[in-house]
Design a protein around this ligand. Structure first.
Ligand code: PLP
Length: 405
């Protein structure tokens, strides 16, 4: 007799998570999540929050006092920043070259702000000149909003020179670092970023549920000087600051205690590996993956200069049926990869090598499985070539095009 499904414990199978998030989670993080609860105002818990703030400042490369882990996923971080910094009537320049820029423009509008979109084709960056030109033409602009790692296209937005431009025009710089944090350099202070948020389930390799967030003194001052209170009570950063940063440690909402245990451990792992080693690991594995995919006729959407190492977006050869192959990968091999979003639906794959997911063994496993499947689908590929191309990168027998970014 089969039991109704809710009558037994849910025991998920092991999946090799190689999509656009969530990424694989280290056993030490899973273990931290199972520890006994303590109260969210327990002195030991307040110490743990301090540890997280210190570790997050290192991850964001910032000294900003307001550096916290907000309750909610990356989108909560996005909404908090927009809801607190954009008041009705405020103009915000938003770079739109994928799903997340589109979402940011919608959030600005919902707050009563005026989104001034700078559109670029999906797969391209937002050119600095376009930002410069719009800033000059549309003054006053409250904020410039850019997505560092556009997860829908695999594009890395250069940010080194935007901060100075924003300051010259009295605008705040808001950056989405959901996918980039922990996988490529995010230099909040050096790049003059005023508000930067991330998510836990991408390159930090923690389950989804928290949004690391840092705000500059300039951004906090803009919040203090609001004409009207933030329309969201739950995401009001002035109130949340009283819990995270004020001596009063005033209760606002109950912290997601177990999630914060998990994040502390995930950030300790990030720190122990070291920034350069972690970035180099992400670069090498993506290079090996691309070399393998190339033998299967799959090419990266963004140009080499602006490609993200943690999210590889490739166009599919004609004979590959997107959904069927991804379903087979999941059913027969337990491997998850991502499909295209919006206009890219059905024509690209998004393969994530984020945090714990970015490992040589995973690259070789995926390429081996893909080779088997595409041969079954009648593609004229020579079995073994994709894996060999990746192995050649790892053994250094093929010249690599290593990039500094
Ligand atoms: C995943 C993602 C988000 C949204 O994060 P959620 O955790 O899904 O809410 C926002 N921006 C970018 C660039 C992302 O990749």
């Amino acid at each position: 007799m089969s039991l109704p499904s809710q009558d037994h414990e849910f025991l998920p199978p092991y999946r090799l998570l190689l999509g656009p998030g969530p990424s694989l989670v280290h056993p030490r993080v899973l273990h931290a999540l199972t520890q006994p609860l303590i109260g969210h105002l327990d002195p030991l818990f307040l110490d743990l929050m301090n540890d997280i703030q210190t570790l997050l400042r290192a991850a964001f490369q910032t000294n900003h006092e307001f550096t916290i882990a907000l309750s909610g996923t990356g989108s909560a971080g996005m909404e908090a920043v927009i809801a607190n910094l954009i008041e009705p009537g405020d103009r915000a320049l938003v770079g739109v070259n994928g799903v997340f820029g589109t979402r940011l423009a919608a959030m600005v509008e919902r707050q009563g702000g005026v989104p001034l979109r700078i559109d670029a084709p999906w797969g391209n960056i937002i050119p600095l000149e376009a930002v410069q030109e719009q800033l000059a033409r549309s003054a006053p602009v409250k904020a410039v909003v850019l997505v560092h790692a556009e997860t829908s296209t695999g594009v890395r937005q250069p940010l080194e020179d935007v901060g100075a431009l924003c300051r010259a025009h009295g605008a705040l710089l808001i950056v989405d670092a959901v996918t980039s944090l922990g996988g490529i350099p995010v230099e909040v202070d050096a790049w003059g970023i005023d508000a930067c948020y991330s998510g836990t389930q991408k390159c930090l390799s923690c389950p989804p549920g928290l949004a690391p967030l840092t705000m500059s003194p300039r951004a906090m001052e803009a919040i203090r000087r609001r004409r009207t209170p933030c329309h969201s009570w739950y995401l009001d950063l002035a109130l949340i600051a009283e819990y995270w940063n004020d001596r009063s440690r005033a209760y606002h909402h109950t912290a997601p205690i177990s999630m914060l245990y998990g994040l502390r451990e995930a950030l300790r792992l990030v720190q122990a590996e070291g920034r350069e080693a972690r970035f180099a690991r992400h670069r090498l594995n993506s290079e090996a993956l691309l070399a393998g995919l190339d033998t299967l006729g799959m090419r990266a959407l963004p140009s080499a200069e602006h490609r993200l190492p943690m999210l590889t977006c490739v166009t599919l050869p004609d004979r590959i049926t997107d959904a069927a192959v991804r379903a087979q990968l999941l059913q027969d091999y337990g491997i998850e990869i991502g499909g295209g979003l919006g206009p890219l639906r059905g024509t690209v794959w998004r393969i994530g090598l984020m945090g714990e997911s970015s490992r040589q063994a995973h690259v070789l496993t995926l390429l081996g499985a893909l080779e088997e499947i595409v041969v079954q689908h009648g593609l004229p590929v020579q079995a073994g070539r994709a894996v060999q191309a990746a192995v050649d990168i790892y053994t250094g027998s093929r010249s690599t095009t290593r990039r500094s970014a």
